[in-house]
Design a protein around this ligand. Structure first.
Ligand code: ATP
Length: 792
């Protein structure tokens, strides 16, 4: 709006410059005033004519006689003109003339462009003739209503077409007027009167705006670019805005901000035009071809049916054992009583694996006292896995979770079939399982945005990973999401090989889509970093903030594929046994993972890492800081629980998919949905048997360490002591410059240079701060071979 204001204003200033081509402003004002005065005179004459025409009839022939007086308000002038227009002319319809004259006068007075005026006169005259003929037709015995013209035309037409013919002609002309002038449509009929009112209002404003827009440079095409709404806004603005300068012009010519405004205009006009052009182009493409559909290539893809999943005998839901409930309640109450803790109220919520007893302690009881009794309550209930939540966040109660004697398996089938999952409006919905109150728990992986999963062996991690993957397979089309699986154990995720060409992404040169080899992991992670940078570049060019907006814009065909734009699928990187990777590759995996975790959320790359060993050297601070969403299955110690969740509790879980989920502050106890390997096999078979893409989704190529290092040294440029230094380092298995300095009696700079050359040769690892560099060659024999291979 602001831009358009500037434009309108600037245009009017341009207009002022070329004023020499037209009648002077003063003349326009004078002539305009004359017309306005004339219109008023006509109006009163016409009004008066209806009361005085009979008396004044005789005066008409005595116009030159000064003594003769007429009764018309405007005397002989009024009587004569009215006679001419009303009697001999168009009758009642002649009232339109003063209006047309008044509008014309206003145009001149205000110095507006006369283009819209021609239309007004054309339509005005058409309307006058029509009304006149219509009144001549319907009120033939009152000739003053239709006037002589109305009567004669009517008579003439009737001679040729008869009454019905004239009637039909009148209807037809009326339709033409309504359609052309009032944009009449059958749907708009109901709103006819309302719209007419608005039209009259905007008709008055339109010419002013038209003047501003059209005055000189019509060829700039600005008017074309404005839609009706924008036009209306400008109209309203200019109407208010443009009048004041005229006042000043009446006295003095004050046009101070001319230059400033002109410099604004070019910029504004071009911007609007360009933006709208691409919008129009995109709209046309969408109109012609519809929105871009990424699923089209596999248009016949069928999502796996729910029948592929087993109910695991849990179709009947949770079975409540009333006795068990009573028994537990009584034990809790009596245990607490032993420690002089009174209970005001107790309530049980039965979940699939545990029952939550919510107690409201009597007034004055300290919560920490209950918390300290955790072990005693567990002892008296003779149950493992008791967890006390004191207090339950958001409630004024203390929770005691007691495992059920007979845990119910939560089948993947039940959570996938749940309404909550089916109707989830999420980018990457993941159904983990059920909460303690037996509700299906669905979260959006895209919002997490990365997930860390840990738990001792055999507690349900692999099942958990499968649950996440299955959820996505049930909800997402192959075009929308791609997985990268890293599985050092080589057994857990191999089943997904079957869906390689549907759902997996891999490096261009690799045969296997599921990565089991550490070097490949490093290359893949670095390749993902490149993909991330590329995606950010695309987002920047498209001027959007995240992948969702980008894809929406791409679908709306606002991004040109010829400029490198493409539909971006989400990429989910799943790493099983993360500890194993960290042990073998250390910083080389940690650094790209940390980088991805920090930056990849907006561009649709999400990481899920699972580990058996939740020790601090595996889940380092930098990893933890970037994985706010964490899942803990049962772990063996409180320390492990703290490492994963920053809180204890995971050590008190009961295993078999019992888990704690946190995404920031809240902690939710869940029973993970169970999906067995045969079920996963059925799903992958089902998907794998369908038509697929020609190959797996290709990640960008990454030139790894093998084919060159960051610090590339020519072999011929190596230091004379290079070989000795390498032997010292390999023998000592310690990659430090000071060692070389000491053993070979070299200066610090030279030793530092040699270390860089050793790194380039792949003998030592990269710089690791205060720690010594890792030595990549285990013994002297391997070193000999390594150096020999280099020269080949
Ligand atoms: N959600 C669950 N519901 C019921 N039983 C489960 C659930 N999750 C796991 N189990 C049981 O625990 C067993 C071990 O689970 P899983 O293979 O997932 O453990 P894990 O943590 O991956 O072990 P590892 O680290 O050795 O691979 C399963 O075979 C199953 O019997």
């Amino acid at each position: 709006m602001a831009k358009k204001r500037t434009k309108s204003k600037s245009k009017s200033t341009t207009a002022k410059k070329k004023v020499s081509f037209k009648p002077s402003k003063q003349n326009k004002i004078i002539f305009g005033s004359l017309l306005i005065v004339l219109s008023i005179a006509l109006f009163f004459s016409f009004m008066s004519f209806y009361f005085t025409w009979q008396e004044d009839q005789s005066m008409l022939s005595e116009f030159a006689n000064r003594n003769a007086q007429a009764s018309n308000l405007l005397n002989k002038f009024g009587a004569s003109v009215s006679h001419f227009f009303m009697y001999q002319g168009f009758g009642l319809a002649s009232f339109a003339f003063p209006f047309l004259l008044a509008i014309t006068g206003l145009y001149l007075f205000l110095g507006l462009d006369g283009k819209g005026l021609v239309g007004k006169w054309v339509w005005g005259l058409t309307g006058i003739i029509w009304i006149s003929v219509a009144l001549g037709f319907f009120a033939a015995d009152l000739p003053l209503l239709g006037g002589l013209i109305g009567y004669e035309v009517n008579d003439f037409l009737q001679d040729y077409t008869g009454k019905i013919g004239v009637f039909l002609i009148l209807i037809f002309v009326l339709m033409v007027i309504l359609v052309r002038l009032f944009n009449f449509t059958p749907e708009g009929f109901a709103n006819f009167f309302r719209s007419q009112k608005q039209k009259i209002k905007s008709d008055f404003e339109e010419p002013i705006a038209n003047h501003v827009d059209n005055e000189e440079d019509e060829e700039s095409g600005i008017e074309l670019n404005l839609n009706d709404k924008a036009q209306e806004k400008i109209d309203t603005y200019t109407h208010k805005k443009d009048i004041p300068p005229l006042k000043s012009e009446a006295g003095l010519d004050v046009n101070l901000p001319e230059e400033e405004e002109e410099s604004d205009i070019d910029l504004t006009v071009e911007e609007t035009k360009e933006e709208e052009e691409s919008e129009v182009k995109a709209a046309k493409l969408v109109k012609d071809f519809g929105e871009f559909d990424p699923k089209l290539e596999l248009g016949n893809y069928k999502f796996p049916p729910i029948d592929l999943l087993d109910a695991h005998g849990a179709s009947g839901g949770i079975t409540i054992n009333q006795e068990e409930l009573e028994e537990n309640k009584n034990r809790i109450v009596s245990t607490l009583k032993n420690y002089k803790i009174g209970i005001a109220q107790i309530k049980a919520t039965i979940g699939p694996t545990v029952t939550l007893y919510e107690i409201v302690p009597e007034a004055g009881i300290r919560i920490s006292k209950i918390k300290n009794l955790e072990d005693d309550i567990a002892l008296s209930l003779a149950a493992l896995g008791i967890r006390i939540i004191a207090p339950i966040p958001g409630k004024g109660t203390v929770g005691i979770e007691v495992p059920n004697k007979n845990a119910t398996v939560v089948s993947m089938r039940s959570v996938i079939a749940s309404n909550k999952f089916q109707k989830a409006e999420m980018e990457l919905p993941v159904a983990f399982g059920k909460t303690i109150s037996n509700e299906t728990f669905v979260v959006d992986l895209a919002k997490m945005p990365h997930l860390l999963m840990a738990g001792a062996t055999g507690q349900g991690k692999s099942v958990g990973l499968n649950a996440v993957i299955t959820s996505l397979l049930y909800k997402k089309h192959p075009a929308e999401v791609k997985f990268i699986f890293v599985d050092p154990k080589k057994v857990e995720l191999t089943l997904y090989n079957k869906i390689e060409r549907h759902f997996l992404a891999k490096l261009p040169d690799s045969d296997e889509a599921i990565i089991t080899d550490t070097t490949k992991v490093i290359n893949t992670l670095n390749s993902l970093c490149i993909e991330m940078d590329n995606r950010y570049e695309l987002l920047k060019v498209a001027m959007v903030r995240n992948i969702k907006e980008y894809n929406a814009k791409f679908k709306a065909r606002k991004l040109n594929p010829n400029d490198g734009h493409k539909f971006l699928p989400y990429i989910v990187l799943v790493i099983d046994e993360f500890a194993d990777l960290i042990m073998t590759a250390g910083k080389e995996v940690e650094t790209p993972i940390a980088r991805l975790a920090q930056l990849a959320r907006a561009i649709g790359i999400h990481l899920i890492i699972a580990t058996q060993r939740p020790s601090v050297n595996v889940i380092t601070g930098i990893i933890k800081a970037n994985f706010p969403a964490r899942i803990a299955f049962r772990v063996t110690s409180k320390i492990d629980s703290r490492t994963i969740l920053d809180a204890q509790g995971a050590d008190q879980l009961i295993g078999r998919g019992d888990m704690l989920y946190t995404q920031g502050n809240d902690m939710t106890r869940l029973q993970c949905a169970f999906v067995d390997t045969p079920e996963v096999a059925k799903i992958t078979d089902y998907i794998g048997s369908q038509r697929a893409y020609p190959e797996a989704h290709m990640l960008p190529e990454y030139v790894g360490e093998d084919s060159g290092t960051s610090i590339d040294y020519d072999i011929s440029e190596r230091d004379a002591m290079f070989r000795e230094a390498a032997e010292v380092i390999v023998t000592a298995q310690q990659g430090s410059a000071s060692l070389i300095q000491r053993k070979l009696k070299l200066g610090y700079n030279r030793a530092g240079r040699i270390i860089d050359q050793l790194e380039a040769a792949g003998i030592v690892g990269p710089f690791e701060g205060s720690k010594a560099r890792q030595v990549l060659i285990p013994d002297i024999y391997s070193l000999e071979q390594h150096l020999e291979n280099e020269t080949k």
